[in-house]
Design a protein around this ligand. Structure first.
Ligand SMILES: Nc1ncnc2c1ncn2[C@@H]1O[C@H](COP(=O)(O)OP(=O)(O)O)[C@@H](O)[C@H]1O
Ligand SMILES: [Mg+2]
Length: 593
């Protein structure tokens, strides 16, 4: 995957040809619909191209009869032909746009499904390099771009090329001198517009560049908000913002002024063509070189000639951005997947005893750097195991291995004597409840957030759980009680979020529990409440607790002291204190503060 990019900067694909080829290949399920829609579009274009000649005949029939008697049967015949041609061509156009929209929507839906399935098949390593939210939003945005431009660009280029060739041919067949006049005046006008456009292009890319700059400034300030605050750099940051904002404004104004000129300019070209055709046409009619009807036909041809030229240019631009979007989407879909799991064993969470053994575990996130060196430990059913140690000791890494987020390099982890290798990741996840430092709530009601994906839970059960974790009072203060929507995440404090996570864990009722620094983000006001709720959640479950504050794990059955990926001491609090080693040092240093 490419790294984060400036939003809005116009993009060029790395390999336009390859991207388009891949796109066409991926569209193979829609081939029939695309062929039909293109055929329909071509037919409707062909009709549009021949219809002016009937207009010309109509005009000539009427003007021939102006002195004496008009041949009304011929007039009606031409009117009927012209009107039916226009009706058929309109119907075809409708069918074409309907089919292409259908193709684009279907293709986008397929891609979204494939993307969401893909995410589940990617190794966690992928997300070390890419934020999952960022990846998702980027890829889904790309799919939207792709779907939108796809229906517009591909067919449009084909149809417009046909239109251009057809119209030029028809013009020359009808009258060569008039054809030359119309084409020259059209091209002169286009050159004029191109000149203006190339000037405005400069301002457009300037605008995108300034937008990119302001976006990255905002991102910088937000991600380092605390630092900005601590160092009193707020005034500095907002001064820079004002400056950048002013530049965006200026670039915007210039580019918009120029792009506002475009429609009147296009009208001007058209009108220029009409004048040229009328003047030249009048001369030719006077010399009896052409009939009056030819001028009428040419007025239509002039319009049909300039439009495809600008539309092809637009479509090519659009196709560029679809190619870039397609490149990223397919790059994501081509990411290497995890090996499919075949699991000879299965552990039912309702019958598990709750024993876990680490046996000489070795692990490194990368080949060259070993993080966990020969880790061995055993937890008996219902025991409370604390893992302590300085930051970077490898505590969270142990959790990642236990949850099978990463595969261990050597050694084994046994759950009820079954190797974790013999269980699927899903099965392992069923067995564990995790309460982490970062909580996550999704937009939905409080009830939905607590129940999560367990459907058969009675209201009485939920009430009981809320009561146990101490959420009842908070929920009573909400406008609609537990059925209130969590709309604004800020209205729920970190402590309350953690309580909801704990309630969710109680509903899940898994035999194993992992608490990784679960209270480190919690405000002191609710910390005691959260601590109590966690104690209740731990009851009857084999629990692994990682806590910064050692006073909270004093009552653990076993404390594993980690340093640099090794267990350097093990024992109960009292034993370790007696030993007067690393743990005692850690504990005393915290106690003194
Ligand atoms: N996803 C990762 N990729 C590479 N290295 C990592 C990753 N996560 C953690 N590490 C490294 O592994 C070591 C142990 O980290 P971690 O288990 O998070 O420590 P703790 O939770 O004890 O603070 C650290 O040196 C850290 O930099
Ligand atoms: Mg950690």
């Amino acid at each position: 995957m490419p790294g984060p990019r400036d939003k809005g900067v116009p993009e060029k694909s790395k390999n336009f040809g390859a991207a388009i080829t891949r796109l066409i290949k991926e569209l193979k399920n829609y081939r029939a619909k695309i062929i039909i829609s293109t055929t329909v579009a071509i037919t409707s274009t062909a009709i549009a191209i021949i219809s002016p000649s009937f207009l010309s005949d109509l005009t000539d029939t009427i003007s021939a009869g102006l002195g004496g008697s008009i041949d009304f049967s011929a007039v009606w015949k031409f009117i009927l032909i012209i009107v039916s041609l226009y009706i058929v061509s309109t119907i075809f156009e409708i069918i074409e746009s309907f089919l292409m929209t259908d193709v684009a929507n279907g293709f986008a839906r397929d891609l979204r499904t494939r993307i969401s399935e893909k995410i589940n098949c990617l190794p966690l390593k992928f997300f070390d390099r890419n934020e999952i939210g960022d990846t998702l939003s980027r890829v889904t945005n790309d799919v939207d771009t792709l779907a939108q431009s796809l229906s517009d660009s591909l067919a449009s280029i084909l149809v417009n090329i046909l239109m251009l060739v057809g119209v030029v041919a028809m013009m020359f067949v009808t009258s060569a001198p008039l054809a030359v006049t119309a084409i020259i005046s059209g091209i002169l006008g286009l050159v004029f517009v191109a000149l203006i456009l190339s000037r405005s292009q400069k301002y457009f890319s300037m605008r995108q560049k300034e937008l990119g700059k302001i976006n990255s400034h905002i991102e910088e300030v937000y991600s380092g908000l605390n630092v900005v605050r601590v160092y009193n750099a707020k005034a500095e940051a907002s001064k820079k913002f004002d400056y950048l904002n002013k530049r965006v404004y200026d670039a915007n104004r210039k580019s918009q002024f120029l792009s506002g000129l475009m429609p009147p300019m296009m009208h001007f070209i058209g009108n220029l063509g009409y004048v040229a055709v009328c003047v030249m046409g009048a001369i030719l009619v006077t010399n009896h070189a052409i009939t009056f009807g030819v001028i009428v036909a040419f007025i239509v041809y002039v319009r049909m000639f300039t439009r495809p030229l600008t539309q092809i240019a637009q479509s090519l631009n659009l196709l560029q951005s679809s190619a870039a979007a397609a490149e990223r989407v397919f790059e994501f879909l081509d990411e290497k997947e995890m090996a499919k799991e075949t699991a000879p064993a299965y552990l039912d969470k309702n019958t598990v005893k709750g024993e876990i053994e680490f046996k000489n575990v070795h692990f490194g996130y990368t080949e060259d750097k070993v993080i966990i060196k020969n880790f061995s430990a055993k937890a008996m059913p219902g025991q409370k195991i604390a893992i302590v140690g300085p930051t970077g000791a490898g505590k969270t890494t142990m959790v990642n291995l236990l949850m099978k987020f990463y595969n261990i390099n050597d050694g084994d982890i046994l759950i009820d004597s079954v190797s974790i290798h013999d269980l699927t990741r899903e099965n392992v996840h069923e067995l564990f409840t995790m309460v982490l430092q970062d909580t996550w709530l999704f937009s939905g009601t409080f009830r939905e957030n607590i129940v999560y994906n367990h459907a058969q839970i009675s209201d009485a059960e939920i009430d009981r759980v809320c009561d146990t974790v101490g959420l009842t009072h908070f929920i009573k203060t909400l406008p609609k009680g537990i059925n209130s929507k969590i709309s604004d995440n800020d209205s729920v404090s970190a402590g309350q979020r953690q309580l909801i996570t704990i309630a969710r864990g109680m509903i899940k009722n898994a035999p194993f529990l992992i608490l990784d620094e679960a209270t480190s983000n919690v405000d002191t006001r609710t910390e005691e409440l959260v601590q109590k709720a966690m104690d209740k959640l731990m009851k009857g479950r084999t629990s692994f607790i990682i806590a910064h504050r050692l006073s909270t794990i004093k009552n653990a059955d076993l404390i594993l002291v980690m340093k640099d990926g090794n267990i350097i001491e093990t024992g109960t609090h009292d034993e370790l204190m007696k030993k007067n080693g690393f743990y005692a040092e850690l504990y005393n240093s915290q106690f003194r503060h």
